[in-house]
Design a protein around this ligand. Structure first.
Ligand code: DX5
Ligand code: ZN
Length: 230
């Protein structure tokens, strides 16, 4: 993974056909996405359950590019090696998921994966200042994690701008997750985001049998973001 601030579109397979993940991953890559975003939920840290490392390992075979694994689980540390072994390129843990985020980030980097730090909408960026040398990506949640298709939380845009200033020239991605659409993509790109996760806005209107809408949706979000990127 070479670092660049170019806009990257990362479809969340939370909005894909769960019975057909392999073909869905191949379809979104063929339609021009940059990363594949994989949402892991435990029914404890968030009020929804998706899947674990064995599913990640199974879909890895169908992803040529970056597999971006977003862990919405607590505890995290005991599962890091399993997700790294599944082939994740980026492993993101939540600041709110445990008392020892510094140790968690160290453990992620020790596997060779890139380390991501996710912040819930109610969490400020102060703690990030003490972790800047530990992270490769900060994920600003623009919905409360747990479900796709929720409304974008506008107040997070100022937080992104402040985070972008804090990061400066460091090679740290800013990822936005939740409620990204053609309408909200310009706001987050202008505020400094370079990785745009989008579930419902990418998968709407398409299917494995009819993947062209995936491509049209990805191109529309990318064009809106690129036009606004500072
Ligand atoms: C929310 C997940 C997101 C979600 C995004 O907990 O982390 O990745 O699937 O879905 P949309 O783009 O539909 O808000
Ligand atoms: Zn996510």
């Amino acid at each position: 993974m070479t670092f660049t601030r170019a806009i990257k579109i990362a479809p969340s397979i939370l909005s894909a056909d769960f019975a057909n993940f392999g073909a869905e991953c191949e379809a979104i890559e063929a339609q021009g996405c940059d990363w594949v975003h994989v949402d892991v939920m435990d029914g404890h840290f968030v009020p929804n359950i998706t899947f674990g490392p064995s599913t990640c390992a199974a879909i890895r075979k169908h992803i040529k590019g970056v597999m971006d694994v977003h862990l919405m689980i607590a505890p995290v540390d005991s599962y890091i090696d399993a997700f790294a072994a599944s082939g994740a390129d980026v492993i993101t843990a939540h600041l709110e998921a445990g008392p020892h985020i510094h140790r968690t980030l160290q453990a992620i980097r020790a596997t060779g994966a890139k380390a991501g730090l996710a912040l819930n909408p109610g969490t400020g960026i102060d703690a990030v200042a003490h972790l800047l040398d530990m992270v490769d990506l900060v994920c600003v949640m623009t919905v409360n994690p747990g479900f796709g298709g929720q409304k974008f939380i506008q107040s997070q845009v100022d937080k992104m701008r402040a985070l972008r200033a804090m990061i400066g020239d460091r090679p740290i991605h800013i990822e936005i997750d939740g409620g990204v659409t053609v309408e909200t993509a310009p706001l987050v790109a202008a505020a400094g985001a370079d990785v745009l996760v989008a579930g419902s806005a990418v998968f709407k209107g398409g299917s494995v049998a009819n993947p062209a809408p995936y491509g049209a949706n990805i191109r529309a979000i990318r064009a809106a973001a690129e036009a606004a990127q500072g």
